[in-house]
Design a protein around this ligand. Structure first.
Ligand code: R5P
Length: 295
């Protein structure tokens, strides 16, 4: 029997195309809030012995977690044989360490909750920093997909003579791979974070890349402060347009507006999170991963 693909509203376009390409069936469900803010949820598709795939990008995770849990509980009670969570963006990966006494290790706790309610997890470039693999915190099998080839492809098609710049040491893992595939040079800056929205990055040394278009590459753009600090340095060194590329377009609050006002030439992100800066589709990545899964 074909797997059923359910989705949260923000993943509608992605879900429709995945359904088409994976000869899956679209799952039907309703979710709304009662006047008091509690969730009402109803699964309309027949689930007995069916494999269920739930597509939900986990930006703004706190408001999505309860509906996610309720969906899983209901789907199980209705007879689903397996429930896979496809979260193109996986939240709660950054607090993986207790920096100060008493802090909650939210990445561990979030992983415990997701592992309890789903049988498998598929995600794109989770923010693995101090951890080597999701297996260190997730008790369920996970499939990690990588956007680097898509970013390289975009650069090859759209930027003549690029030099790639990672805004901090952590970004080296992505930047080096994207640069390799795009036949471009790369350099990595150093970053000091003094607060959620207080970031300093080192001045890039572009002495050898004077005629190159600077392309900043990061996995997450959240407050935008990392990108903004790097763009401000670059604007002093080159008159060529600075391009910012991010995998996950979180853009909290006024982040996107602030980044656009910083003098950046172009901002391009993947549609792992729906956003107006999306210019790269992860649809094939997920589609290929699901093909391996579908029976
Ligand atoms: C670092 O941990 C990440 O790779 C990103 O650099 C970071 O999340 C970006 O955050 P923001 O946009 O808030 O500076």
């Amino acid at each position: 029997m074909k797997p059923l693909i359910f989705n949260f509203p923000s993943e509608e376009t992605l879900a429709q195309s995945l359904v088409k390409k994976n000869s899956a069936e679209k799952g039907l469900w309703n979710h709304r809030l009662f006047p008091d803010g509690e969730s009402y949820l109803q699964i309309l598709s027949e689930l007995q012995n069916r494999e269920v795939i739930l597509l939900c990008s986990l930006n703004q995770p706190d408001s999505k977690l309860l509906p996610l849990i309720f969906f899983s509980e209901a789907a199980r009670e209705l007879g689903a044989s397996k429930i896979t969570l496809v979260a193109p963006y996986l939240a709660y990966m950054r607090q993986d360490k207790r920096f100060q006494k008493g802090e909650a290790l939210t990445s561990d706790y979030f992983a415990k909750i997701i592992s309890k309610y789903f049988e498998e997890l598929i995600t794109i470039d989770p923010h693995l920093h101090r951890r080597k693999s999701l297996d260190e915190i997730y008790a369920i099998p996970s499939k990690v997909l990588h956007a680097a080839p898509l970013l390289s492809e975009w650069i090859l098609e759209n930027v003549k003579n690029p030099v790639l710049i990672g805004p901090d040491e952590e970004s080296e893992q992505w930047v080096s791979e994207v640069a390799g595939r795009a036949n471009a040079a790369f350099t990595v800056l150093r970053k000091s974070r003094h607060g959620d929205r207080d970031v300093e990055v080192s001045i890039p040394d572009l002495e050898n890349y004077k005629d190159c278009v600077p392309v900043l590459v990061d996995d997450i753009i959240s407050s935008g402060k990392t990108m903004i600090a790097a763009v401000q340095h670059l604007r002093k060194q080159t008159s060529l347009p600075v391009i910012c590329m991010g995998v996950h377009a979180i853009f909290g609050g006024t982040a996107y507006k602030d980044l656009m006002a910083s003098g950046v030439g172009q901002v391009v992100t993947c549609n792992s999170i729906q956003h107006e800066s999306n210019g790269i589709s992860v649809e094939k990545l997920i589609s290929d991963a699901l093909k391996l899964n579908s029976k």
